[in-house]
Structures are given as structure tokens and as C-alpha cells.
Ligand binder design. Structure first.
Ligand code: KIV
Length: 311
């Protein structure tokens, strides 16, 4: 069995100056593709709410949602480190609630760690989780679960006061034992400063190139979703367009009778068919007609006639 990427491996990458890579996933086939691409971490982000479940924010996402999708991702990840987001309302009441829900997420999904938002305000919860043996990734800068408080998806830490507060957040998380910290929508220079200040990897999203690693949302970098087009995301493919072309072709071929052909159909043994005819008198005419058409399709070239066209 392949070994999963561990928090120790990630710290080693940071020390060697090797960039860490992380992408979100919400299901089994996606996790398999990411795993096979050599990406270090898969984040089952609570962006689940927006890019998969169709909510306007991450606020409605539940622990049950995260566990349901997290289990599927863990089944697909043989090598990557799977980190699962603690959703809004699952840790804000205090470290006891955080510990209860983080323990559930770890036990029920088999993931490698959890992530929660907030710096100084979440440091106590992070410390208790780490003391209980749960690796925790922090998340500061734009914290989408607080979107109603900060007034939208805006760059954070632009004023000296906010920047100093953000540095304090990063230091508090590192001191509490977080193994890595996501910096979301933070000016490049500030993200660089934080990366130099803390001894754990920083993983940027909209935080410039000087973080220890980068994280992106699957739908954003593959062009699967047009509702949001964040400035920080580059589209490495236009899979959404390719899917539409393929689906249109499928529809056209079904409508034209060009799919399925004999190659995509199945046949019955002649003796079994005869037996069924005897057991179900009256049905034999329909069945032998259908069978005749399929046999005919087998011997004619593709594209072949549908039963309706062959009559
Ligand atoms: O939920 C998520 O996908 C995230 C990333 C944006 C970092 O937290």
C-alpha cells in the first residue's frame, strides 16, 4: 500500500524550498485524478457548498455534508494527504465542540487532518485538537465563513493595522500547533512576510508566489464553473466546454439513431430465447422481431439502423 503524504513530509518540503500543491475535491473520481497527478494534498473544502451543492456561500454546509463527501474523497486518495474543512457552526462554540466534530470527521472519513478558519480566535481550539492528536491546518486572510462580517470576498490585510493583526493570527496558529496555514486573498508582500515569520508551511490562494505552496479550487482551474471567475485562478483547461460538446454529440447521436449500435448492444443465446418463447406464448413474435433486427445490425456496417428504422 502506498504511503500517504504526512505533515512531516510537508514540513520537509517547506524546509527544502519545494513548493507544496493542493487542490480541492468533493468526490471519488476527482480524488483519484488528483492523486494520480502527484498533488500533495486534497482539500475537501466547504466550497463544496458553492461549487457542488449550489448554495450562495459556505455557511449552510454541515458536518454531515463534509463527512459524506470526505469519505468518497478518502476512498479515491491512495497517496495524497486528505484534509477536510470543519464547516461553519462546527467549532465556533468552543474547543469542546471543535474536538467533538473534528474527532467525528477523522473517525468517520479516515482523512489525515482537518482545517478550520480563524487566527487568534481559533487558536485555543487548534491547540486542543493538536493535543488530542489531530493535525490541524489553519486558514486566515479572507475566511469565507465570515463573509457576512467582512462584507464580501475581498483582499484582507491591506492597511497596516489589518496586516499586523494578520501576522499575529499566523503566529498564534503556528504556536498553537497548526501544521500549515492557508492564506486566502492576502497581498503578495504580506503573504511573503508571514511565510518568512512562521516556521510552518503557508499555502496561498490569491496570496502570490512566495508562499510555501498553493491551493486552488478544482472547478476554477479546470473551467467547470462560470458562476465565479476569481482573479487568482488560472484556467488550465476548459473542461466545461468539452463536456458540453460531448453531451451535445451524445444527444444528437441518440436522436439520429446512431447510438447505440450493435457494438454497444447485447445478444441472447438462441436456445435460451427459444425456451423463453415457449414459456411466454404470445411474446415470441415481438422478441424474434427484435432479435432479427439486432442480428441484421450485426452484419451491416456502422452506423446501423435502429429497430424502428429497420421495419
Ligand atoms: O473551502 C475551500 O475550498 C477552501 C479553499 C478556498 C482554500 O477553503
Amino acid at each position: 500500500m502506498a504511503k500517504h503524504v504526512t505533515v512531516v513530509d510537508l514540513q520537509a518540503k517547506r524546509e527544502q524550498g519545494k513548493p507544496i500543491t493542493m487542490v480541492t475535491a468533493y468526490d471519488y473520481p476527482t480524488a483519484k485524478l488528483i492523486d494520480q497527478s502527484g498533488i500533495d494534498l486534497i482539500l475537501v473544502g466547504d466550497t463544496l457548498g458553492m461549487v457542488v451543492l449550489g448554495y450562495e456561500s459556505t455557511i449552510p454546509v454541515t458536518v454531515e455534508d463534509m463527512i459524506h463527501h470526505g469519505k468518497a474523497v478518502v476512498r479515491g486518495a491512495k497517496r495524497a494527504h486528505v484534509v477536510i474543512d470543519m464547516p461553519f457552526g462546527s467549532y465556533q462554540e468552543g474547543w469542546q465542540q471543535a474536538l467533538h466534530n473534528a474527532t467525528r470527521i477523522m473517525k468517520e472519513t479516515g482523512c489525515s487532518s482537518v482545517k478550520l478558519e480563524g487566527g487568534q480566535r481559533s487558536a485555543e481550539a487548534v491547540r486542543k485538537l493538536v493535543e488530542a492528536g489531530i493535525p490541524v491546518m489553519g486558514h486566515i486572510g479572507l475566511t469565507p465563513q465570515s463573509v457576512n462580517q467582512v462584507g464580501g470576498f475581498k483582499v484582507q490585510g491591506k492597511t497596516p493595522r489589518d496586516a499586523v493583526h494578520l501576522i499575529g493570527d499566523a503566529v498564534a496558529l503556528a504556536e498553537a500547533g497548526a501544521y500549515a496555514i492557508v492564506l486566502e486573498l492576502v497581498p503578495t508582500a504580506l503573504a511573503h512576510m508571514i511565510t518568512q515569520r512562521v516556521k510552518v508551511p503557508t499555502i496561498g490562494i490569491g496570496a502570490g508566489p512566495f508562499c510555501s505552496g498553493q491551493v486552488q479550487v478544482w472547478h476554477d482551474i479546470l473551467g467547470l464553473y462560470d458562476d465565479l471567475k476569481p482573479k487568482h485562478a488560472r484556467r488550465f483547461a476548459e473542461i466545461g466546454e468539452q463536456i458540453k460538446v460531448a453531451l451535445t454529440e451524445y444527444r444528437e447521436q441518440v436522436e439520429a439513431g446512431a447510438f447505440p449500435t450493435a457494438n454497444e448492444s447485447f445478444y441472447m443465446d438462441e436456445r435460451a430465447l427459444e425456451l423463453i418463447r415457449r414459456m411466454t406464448p404470445g411474446a415470441d413474435e415481438d422478441m424474434s422481431e427484435a432479435e432479427r433486427v439486432l442480428r441484421e445490425m450485426e452484419t451491416t456496417s456502422i452506423p446501423q439502423a435502429t429497430p424502428q428504422q429497420a421495419e
